[in-house]
Design a protein around this ligand. Structure first.
Ligand SMILES: NC(=O)c1ccc[n+]([C@@H]2O[C@H](COP(=O)([O-])OP(=O)(O)OC[C@H]3O[C@@H](n4cnc5c(N)ncnc54)[C@H](O)[C@@H]3O)[C@@H](O)[C@H]2O)c1
Length: 297
């Protein structure tokens, strides 16, 4: 594989998972955080996750305790942390997984573009911003892709690999090969709002909210209908609570600004109202439903 050394920027919810799956895929990984305490906490999450994985391998009879521990240790040995951007200079691929703020992402790629070796491929894990804007900011737009992983990264099997009109064909192939090496099924997509999954999923969630607003059906009945009628594990209202109402609002508002005439990208009033009341879903204990931890009350 062309990609051997990977840099990941941000070791939060998504970043720590990306670091882990890249190391499990055999890559050497350097993860950059803004502060040492965030780095420590992200690396701590990886240690826990690797220990759990080893435990499961033993329980499932796939490895002896010794083998499982050795495998986890070998994966961990491929990971190092840093707070200095300079340590990413010789990476074959740098994946950005910092906060969802376009200006912050563009500023980061501008800096990385100036310090990384010319062959370094850049990727963003953004859920909602145009890849093309970051590609231009990096100063090397042909060597830029989207690599959109899903939460939790260690478990979710999909990665969307996103190309702009000027992404180099070989860069795109290398990015897909990297996704596969991470144990994911790479799907190819053009640089369009929401790529494949969120472009279909978010309007589905907002349409369910509009049904609720109009009084067409109750939240429970909408969710039951989609679970039993379509075989989905969760209905759209429950799913919005699970994802977070603020996160959903942020994505739709961004699209509304960029594509004001697209009916599928309008914000339902109920979503705005609940966010204003700080009812953000599972994480605050209440959204459309009440929650106790990860379970509906
Ligand atoms: N949370 C999800 O379900 C999900 C799913 C797919 C994609 N994404 C995308 O992944 C990205 C990260 O999301 P997250 O949920 O992991 O966020 P998070 O807040 O958990 O993690 C972001 C991390 O980036 C670090 N950071 C911020 N600025 C930095 C900088 N300049 N340099 C180094 N580190 C920096 C922060 O300290 C933090 O640890 C976002 O673009 C988000 O849209 C999120």
């Amino acid at each position: 594989m062309a990609i051997q050394k990977v840099g990941v920027v941000g070791c939060g919810l998504m970043g720590h998972g990306i670091v882990q799956v890249a190391a499990q895929g055999g890559c050497t990984v350097v993860v950059l955080e803004a502060e040492q305490k965030f780095l420590d906490s992200g690396l701590g999450r990886i240690d826990k996750s690797l220990a759990k994985l080893a435990e499961k391998a033993v329980k499932d009879g796939k490895a002896t305790e010794e083998e499982a521990k050795a495998k986890a240790a070998a994966t961990r040995a491929r990971i190092s942390g840093t707070t200095s951007k300079q340590d990413l200079a010789d990476c074959d691929l740098v994946i950005e997984a910092i906060v969802e703020n376009l200006d912050a992402k563009k500023a980061l790629f501008k800096e990385l573009g100036a310090l990384c070796k010319p062959s370094t491929i850049f990727a963003s894990n953004t859920s909602s911003f145009p890849i093309g804007e970051m590609a231009i900011a990096s100063g090397r737009p042909a060597r830029f892709v989207g690599l959109h992983f899903f939460n939790p990264v260690q478990l979710m099997k999909l990665v969307e690999v996103v190309r702009t009109d000027i992404t180099d064909a070989q860069v795109f192939e290398d990015a897909k090969a990297f996704g596969a090496a991470c144990g994911k099924a790479p799907v190819a997509c053009k640089d369009t709002p929401g790529f494949v999954v969120n472009r279909l999923l978010v309007p589905y969630m907002t349409e369910a909210m509009r049904m609720l607003e109009r009084g067409d059906a109750s939240a429970q009945d909408i969710d039951t209908a989609m679970k039993l009628g379509c075989g989905y594990p969760m209905g759209p209202i429950e799913l919005t609570d699970y994802v977070g109402l603020d996160t959903t609002l942020f994505i739709v508002e961004g699209w509304t600004k960029r594509y004001p005439n697209e009916p599928a990208f309008q914000v339902p009033k109920i979503l705005r109202d609940l966010v204003a009341q700080k009812k953000l879903g599972r994480k605050t204990g209440e959204g459309f439903y009440k929650w106790e931890g990860d379970k509906r009350a």
